[in-house]
Design a protein around this ligand. Structure first.
Ligand code: NAD
Length: 360
């Protein structure tokens, strides 16, 4: 397997493979860029079919974190990690503790957090072994990032609905959610509370049954969710789901979800624009989780309520100011929203502008 010539390789600084024999942990950490600070990004556990698939995922995800941190205005770099294995079958406490010990060997160059396949309980276990984990504060703040990611996605959807549909509230807006895990479930709840009509799909029976029972979402087959006749599709599962083929089948006029790397290739941003579909750039829309763990980790001496105030204000700034600016620029310059977001992010981390641009 080639790394330096890998299609997803983008001048990454580090790719570290780790095997812990006694627990069976197989983990890969990718650090994309640390121009702005240490790399902070979640740990994903997924049943990858091949090691190549895991490498491609971690390279893409870590790059996305650099862009996310940069556009969010935080002085952080981009990194991510993946564990190879089925989170529902292969995960053990020994394996998760081994993740924490491995973090120590990276000396803080990479700080991990929660992602797909990992739970708050896992983060708590990792925190027993290392300080290089964000998203868990013993004794004070045990909230994970997901509710904040969902809040940010919801607020970003409100902005997109105003811009694209000219509607001032979510009453009767139809949304199709792919994946009702940690973020998708909370997003569905916020949307339903605001009067939206939500349909959803999940490949994990427990999760879709919970969303149907507790929230009353309309259940759709997983392979049909993105093609539903809705106003918005919200990919909240895995990446690369918006491809050229899928774009030709979309009936929604807005794509806005939490999943990282939703576009199968960068050209899909232009394809969505050409199809008159508003794409809400994923790493801007889903930055609420990063913002949450950033304040939790780096402002640990502040009270929970003060941290929360900063987090919510920062998310509101991203979704009510940065996103509308991206939509407007894309329209005026006749470019895709994804290319405008990339340009803004690159200007910051390539220009190495250390000035923190948050509004708190
Ligand atoms: P999760 O593991 O809790 O939920 C993902 C859900 O998607 C699971 O229920 C899974 O069964 C389902 N799923 C997977 N493939 C599917 C498919 N093909 N069709 C339908 N459902 C499918 O993960 P999460 O934390 O909710 O994250 C969801 C996405 O949002 C991921 O891409 C993640 O990287 C991204 N994200 C999450 C956060 C966060 O704070 N958790 C922050 C930023 C980005």
């Amino acid at each position: 397997m080639s790394v330096f010539n890998h299609p997803e390789f983008d001048n990454h600084e580090k790719l570290v493979f780790h095997h812990d024999k006694s627990s069976g942990l197989k983990m890969i950490v990718a650090i994309h860029n640390t121009n702005l600070g240490c790399a902070l990004g979640g740990c994903r556990m997924w049943n990858y079919a091949t090691e190549e698939e895991a490498v491609a995922d971690v390279l893409r995800l870590s790059r996305g974190m650099t862009y996310k941190a940069a556009i969010t205005g935080l002085n952080l770099g981009g990194g991510k990690s993946v564990i190879i294995g089925d989170p529902h079958k292969d995960k053990t406490p020994e394996m998760i503790s081994a993740v924490g010990r491995f973090m120590n060997s990276l000396n803080g160059e990479y700080v991990t957090a929660e992602d797909v396949g990992m739970t708050g309980a896992d983060i708590k276990l990792i925190a027993r072994e290392t300080k290089y984990v964000a998203g868990f504060m013993p004794g004070t703040d045990t909230e994970g990032p997901s509710p904040y990611t969902a809040y940010g996605v919801y607020r970003g959807i409100e902005s997109a609905v105003r811009f694209k549909l000219g509607r001032q509230n979510m009453q009767g807006v139809r949304v199709g959610i792919q994946g009702v895990g940690k973020v998708g479930f909370d997003l569905a709840k916020l949307l339903i509370e605001a009067g939206a009509e939500v349909c959803a799909a999940d490949i994990y029976t427990n999760n879709i049954e919970r969303a149907e029972k507790e929230l009353g979402v309309t259940v759709v087959e997983p392979d049909a969710i993105l093609q539903q006749p809705v106003d918005i599709v919200a990919p909240c599962a895995m990446g690369a789901v918006i491809s050229q083929k899928m774009i030709s089948q979309l009936k929604a006029s807005i794509v806005a979800g939490s999943a990282n790397n939703q576009l199968a290739e960068s050209k899909d941003g232009e394809r969505l624009a050409a199809a008159d579909i508003l794409y809400v750039p994923d790493y801007v829309l889903n930055s609420g989780g990063l913002i949450k763990v950033y304040y939790q980790h780096f402002f640990a001496n502040e009270s929970f309520s003060e941290q929360k105030r900063k987090v919510v204000s920062h998310i509101d700034q991203m979704t009510q100011q940065t996103l509308p600016r991206i939509f407007t620029q894309a329209k005026e310059l006749e470019q895709s929203t994804s290319s405008i977001a990339d340009k803004l992010a690159r200007e910051r981390f390539m220009g190495n502008t250390m000035e923190q641009t948050d509004a708190v």
